[in-house]
Ligand binder design. Structure first.
Ligand SMILES: Cc1cc2nc3c(=O)[nH]c(=O)nc-3n(C[C@H](O)[C@H](O)[C@H](O)COP(=O)(O)OP(=O)(O)OC[C@H]3O[C@@H](n4cnc5c(N)ncnc54)[C@H](O)[C@@H]3O)c2cc1C
Length: 502
């Protein structure tokens, strides 16, 4: 049964990144069907204007709609991202910093050694068990190399991007309009509902009413349709995740462009550093219960050496949590309207792409009204909870004691059963991969990512007296791993060279 039997008119409210990703994905998926898509956005209200780091799923999205990197990256000041470095989150000696790569085919050569050593170290054996030396991406990032190897190199490294959020929005708008999406620049002042409670139309400030069969709420934190009109409850994550504000400041780009996001813990949160081609994006994500906006800005300026500079800052509020149902009645919520988890692992656009892709597949498999809706909502909620658990783990693992903020984070008891199970497996000395599979622990993060996080923070017992486990200690030849990674790295150009699109 074609989708267009039930959905002929799709109306998207909001022209931020979520709105334009949704418009492109739907226009592409249903290009050969009689489905009209309209996107309404208010230039006066504007977009959130942040969100500059992605996971590899953004590449999957661009590939799926047939847009080449050489087309969009230069227009969006985009750079390649190998992963994220976490600096200053713990004071455990030797673990002051670690790198979280994206799971990649190339890691298959070293990951067994990584698992072996982290396992041995969890049993108290004195082996090298910090993640960075086991991952080619960590080496590339330290040397400002990009993730795309020479053509002759036979292995793939997964990567994400850094980009200017406003320019990506503009690029995607043009792409969507070229695919036939109708664009209306106007504020929506009234939302009309039919007798059965479904949304029937959006009335703009000019008095025009735009009718639809399906309405997509991409109105950002306002959540004008899903929350304000349909009253879908919002589940806050504030008990687990304290941060609710951010201050943003650009700095100049170096001659040699970096290829990782750096996340540095400050007194009441953490600061991101995201290298774009034309500037470096910086922001301090903090908790307003522990720190005023002025104090946060001063701390960020001090951190960046901008205390005496008049570079303008921007302050933002964040609402952290998720709606109970992402698809309710004839409304789908995508982006900040459906929920937000603070940006520590740059997962928001990942959730946007997942939500839209899942929705399209659900509707394609059975387009009759509401078919598959409950299962869809359960899946999306699961993704939000899994990402939340992984972010919460960063805060539980911190060993800073310099402020109440860090002490209260470290002592926070609001931890999900899943996260407790994972921490339990780790401390019991069992294999994380095998136990997560055996106990059917669902997580959006792979055992590799969990191993990196827990090992990266040095979450290990004390080393046992010499002698115990000495056979294990000598089994992995770290010199050979260093040499393998060094030789691999010879095949990867610098970030600057990787960005020289012809
Ligand atoms: C501090 C911070 C850092 C972040 N960092 C990252 C990151 O590194 N990686 C990542 O993936 N994500 C990140 N995010 C999230 C990311 O910014 C958002 O997921 C992404 O920009 C999508 O936003 P959106 O389109 O849902 O909302 P918005 O950008 O807010 O867009 C909302 C749209 O709705 C329109 N609108 C609202 N009401 C009306 C109305 N009544 N009439 C007409 N139009 C209306 C607005 O005009 C606008 O066009 C970050 C977010 C924050 C707050």
């Amino acid at each position: 049964m074609p989708v267009s039997d039930h959905i002929k008119q799709i109306v998207i409210l909001g022209g931020g990144t979520a709105g334009w990703i949704t418009a492109n994905a739907m226009a592409h998926a249903w290009a050969d069907q009689d489905v009209a898509i309209t996107l309404i956005e208010s230039p006066a209200l504007g977009t959130v204007g942040v969100g500059e780091g992605s996971t590899p799923l953004l590449k999957v999205f661009f590939d799926s709609i047939g847009v080449e990197e050489s087309e969009w990256m230069p227009r969006c000041n985009a750079t390649y991202k190998n992963g994220i470095s976490f600096a200053g989150w713990t004071s455990r000696p030797g673990f002051e910093r670690y790198f979280h790569p994206f799971a990649s085919q190339l890691d298959q050569h070293t990951i067994t050694a990584f698992y072996f050593n982290t396992y041995a170290r969890r049993l108290g054996v004195d082996v090298h068990a910090h993640p960075d030396r086991f991952f080619p991406a960590a080496h590339l990032s330290a040397n400002k190399q990009g993730p795309r190897p020479a053509e002759s190199f036979p292995f793939i490294l997964e990567y994400g991007y850094h980009f200017d959020a406003n320019l990506v929005g503009e690029f995607l708008r043009k792409a969507a309009v070229a695919r036939g999406v109708r664009h209306i620049a106007a504020k929506v002042d009234e939302i009309r509902q039919a007798n059965n409670g479904d949304i029937s139309g959006l009335v703009t400030e000019n008095g025009d009413e735009i009718h639809g069969d399906l309405f997509v709420d991409c109105s950002g934190f306002r959540a004008a349709l899903i929350q304000q009109t349909l009253d879908v409850p919002f589940h806050s994550f504030a008990r687990n995740l304290f941060n609710d504000a951010a201050v943003v400041l650009p700095t100049e780009q170096d001659e040699h462009i970096g290829s990782q996001t750096v996340s540095t813990a400050l007194q009441h949160g953490w600061a991101w550093e995201i290298p774009l081609t034309e500037r470096v994006g910086n922001g301090y994500v903090y908790s307003s219960s522990f720190c005023s906006a002025d104090a946060a800005e001063t701390e960020l300026r001090t951190h960046l050496g901008l205390l005496d500079s008049d570079v303008e800052s921007r302050h933002l509020k964040m609402k952290v949590g998720r709606v109970e149902k992402h698809w309710h009645r004839n409304c789908l919520a995508v982006g900040l309207s459906q929920g937000f988890i603070e940006p520590l692992e740059a997962t928001a656009l990942n959730l946007v792409c997942n939500t839209v892709d899942d929705f399209i597949k659900t509707v394609d498999s059975d387009p009759s009204p509401g078919a598959g809706r409950d299962a869809f909502n359960e899946r999306v909620n699961g993704r939000f909870e899994h990402v939340r658990d992984y972010i919460v783990a960063h805060y539980i693992m911190n060993s800073r004691t310099d402020t109440d903020y860090w002490r209260e984070n470290g002592e926070n008891k609001h931890v999900s059963d899943t996260l407790q199970q994972i921490l339990g497996i780790w401390t019991s000395g069992k294999s994380l991969s095998q136990e997560m599979e055996r106990e059917n622990i669902q997580s959006s993060y792979t055992p590799m990512s969990w191993n990196c996080l827990l090992a990266g923070y040095g979450f290990y017992p004390d080393i046992k007296p010499a002698g115990a486990g000495s056979a294990a200690a000598s089994q992995i030849d770290m010199g050979a791993i260093d040499e393998f990674i060094r030789r691999c790295a010879l095949n990867f150009p610098s970030q600057n060279d990787a960005l020289a699109f012809s």
